[in-house]
Ligand binder design. Sequence first.
Ligand SMILES: Cc1cc2nc3c(=O)[nH]c(=O)nc-3n(C[C@H](O)[C@H](O)[C@H](O)COP(=O)(O)O)c2cc1C
Length: 179
Amino acid sequence: MKTIILSLIAMVATISAYGQQSKTLVVYYSRTGNTEAVAKHIQSLTGADLFKVETVKAYPEGYHETTEVAKVEKSSSARPEIKGKVENIDQYDTVFVGFPIWWGTYPMAVATFLDTYELAGKTIIPFCTHGGGGVDQGFNDVKKLTPNSTHKNGLSLSGSRAAALKAEVEKWLKEIGVI
Ligand SMILES: Cc1cc2nc3c(=O)[nH]c(=O)nc-3n(C[C@H](O)[C@H](O)[C@H](O)COP(=O)(O)O)c2cc1C
């Protein structure tokens, strides 16, 4: 009888520990798929959930027109409305935040996401793709909007090579202790 009770206690403890296992979310914005490729590398290496940030109002088709809209949004610190919703953000203790560099930082829709969800106490890990201009302010700006989170070193990749760089993503995830 005692053995059965002890086994039951052990079973309950295992189940509740499993329930509290850390969960990871990969949030990303991607206009042309480069950042999305990195998000999917992270997902396949960690088993994380994915959430794609999409704006309610679409950007223009053309690259140049999009850069003009984005420039105005950046200078006015706009918060473009985003579609969809993350179900129960509380279940995640690690949140990757990925974006293409737009005018030296994240697209403002990423700021909408960071403003919308309570991320205090969570670990935030940024990543980005760029067109050669580098990261500039992007990662610092993520920190500024999530002052009560813990931050790990981000990864920045050249957009045109991002899809082919799964090994690079894996190396980074090992360096920061995620896998
Ligand atoms: C509006 C806009 C602004 C951009 N600004 C920059 C920039 O400041 N620096 C840079 O290196 N690349 C810039 N790029 C290039 C993108 O960061 C790069 O192509 C990125 O990999 C695109 O990612 P995506 O396919 O996930 O949208 C810009 C692209 C757009 C559309």
